[in-house]
Design a protein around this ligand. Structure first.
Ligand code: URA
Ligand code: SF4
Length: 253
């Protein structure tokens, strides 16, 4: 198989995984005249970006603030603080803190809700079933997960995976803000209502927040479904695919 054909096949398989229609490639090699099969033409034409949405600009701490979170200079410093943190009741039942992981020069930051069981056991974000799906979603926009910084709104597991409560989010969110500050990514992908509402300081529903380019301290934020929700409702895979392509277009622009 030619490289281009292999690429197209991978692309179409990823699209199918995300809920797109199945496409059968003919067994013969496409001729240059065959429309729609070369990698360049498989990709839809760049479309216009969706309209601007909300902007949230919480003040960054200043250099002289006594707050240790503001004093951190690296992501590793943030993780060290998180590992010792007892600022909310989620510290009581945790096995490990899950600060997040990824390269310090990541251009894409994925924000989820909070660690689940496997994450609590391993100290790593998105390593359970939802994590496997996230890895596929990132692959579909040509982002190996190793190139993405992946983290959550709360860094300790809520008991029985319940939603993080308002006071827990309020206690934990300075770590997330600081991580984003240090990373300065080109795009943030907010997965699920908790991440979207926290990053944009709103109570609007996920459905209302999708398909707009929001901003967090000036950084574009794209809102989409949480991978765990996609496992329950495969009908949302198609819209998720549309959302991550918006993120991809911003990264390419
Ligand atoms: N769900 C999340 O929101 N985050 C994880 O890390 C795992 C599952
Ligand atoms: Fe600290 Fe966040 Fe864990 Fe609460 S969830 S104990 S604020 S690290």
């Amino acid at each position: 198989m030619t490289n281009g054909r292999a690429l197209a096949k991978t692309y179409l398989e990823q699209q199918r995984l995300l809920g797109g229609d199945a496409v059968i490639l003919p067994t013969s090699e496409p001729t240059p005249e065959t429309p729609g099969l070369r990698p360049g033409s498989v990709n839809p034409k760049p479309e216009d970006l969706p309209p601007p949405g909300l902007s949230f600009d919480p003040p960054s701490g200043d250099l002289f603030a006594a707050d240790p979170v503001q004093q951190t200079r690296t992501l590793a410093d943030v993780a060290t603080l998180v590992a010792q943190c007892t600022k909310c009741k989620l510290c009581e039942a945790r096995t490990n803190t899950v600060p997040g992981e990824g390269p310090t020069d990541a251009r894409l930051v994925v924000v989820g809700e909070g660690p689940g069981r496997t994450e609590d056991e391993t100290g790593r974000p998105f390593v359970g079933k939802a994590g496997e799906l996230l890895t596929k979603i990132l692959g579909a926009i040509d982002f190996p997960r190793e190139q993405v910084f992946i983290c959550n709104v709360v860094k300790c597991r809520p008991p029985e995976n319940r939603l993080p409560q308002y006071d827990e989010i309020a206690a934990c969110v300075p770590y997330l803000y600081r991580q984003i500050d240090l990373l300065q990514p080109a795009v943030i992908l907010a997965m699920g209502g908790t991440a979207a509402q926290t990053l944009l300081n709103t109570k609007q529903s996920l459905g209302a927040l999708r398909n707009q380019v929001h901003r967090f301290r000036g950084i574009p934020v794209i809102v989409t479904y949480h991978p765990a929700a996609l496992l329950r409702n495969p009908n949302w895979k198609r819209p998720t695919w549309d959302d991550v392509r918006i993120a991809r277009r911003i990264l390419d622009s």
